[in-house]
Design a protein around this ligand. Sequence first.
Ligand SMILES: Nc1ncnc2c1ncn2[C@@H]1O[C@H](COP(=O)(O)OP(=O)(O)OP(=O)(O)O)[C@@H](O)[C@H]1O
Length: 246
Amino acid sequence: MSALLEVSGVSVTFDGFRAINNLSFEIGPAELRAIIGPNGAGKTTFMDIVTGKTKPDEGRILWGELGRSLLKMNEAQIAREGIGRKFQKPTVFEDQSVQENLLMALKKDRGPFRVLFWKPAGEDLDRVADLAEEIGLAEELTRKSGELSHGQKQWLEIGMLLAQEPRLLLVDEPAAGMTPAEREHTTEILVEAARTRAVVVVEHDMEFIRRLDCRVTVLHEGSVLAEGSLDHVTADQQVIDVYLGR
Ligand SMILES: Nc1ncnc2c1ncn2[C@@H]1O[C@H](COP(=O)(O)OP(=O)(O)OP(=O)(O)O)[C@@H](O)[C@H]1O
């Protein structure tokens, strides 16, 4: 199986400091991957590079079956290629219902006039109902999003990203601030989403990562320190020294 995303030899320097240092790794087309590492390891910068927010000084990032260079694309082009990113803080439209938020996020031609005159078709409503089911908000469709719990808002935002049918979803610390039950449901959503697309999760919570039951990449000083199952990487002495032992 060829990679969906192939990062090789990527480096980024901020004011003389190498935040990403000769970073190389691959992500498969329907893969769930966790990225862990100490503060400052380069996890956020890695996501900034993949989404086009930060341009590396060197290296290459190849995307899709055709192996096209992501580094030649701007942020909007990368988003259109199907790379979605979920930041830590949910950014749903609080005055709109769950259904309205999901409808707005559907992958459609949304020029200014289309939005003005747009009426949701039956197929859009069906798709929204499926998405709501997938994120566990089927009973909340008519509720105002501002009334949802923190966990539910996070799920809604994941649903809004899934509505755009991304091929790669980058998720930053999804478990932060969630109750144990919410975390468990979040795990289920991400595992399910990764059946048909790549999902990369940056997270510090080891229990959460254990439940994801996926390949783990450990970053340290902008490079891959270890990679493999959670049991494999947590038994690695270097990982214990720089991350777990702290
Ligand atoms: N725009 C910037 N200018 C200068 N230094 C930066 C910039 N962005 C990141 N850095 C530095 O690069 C390093 C990597 O930061 P990054 O945020 O990617 O780490 P991280 O692994 O996401 O950490 P955390 O777990 O704390 O979120 C840090 O030392 C950070 O201070």
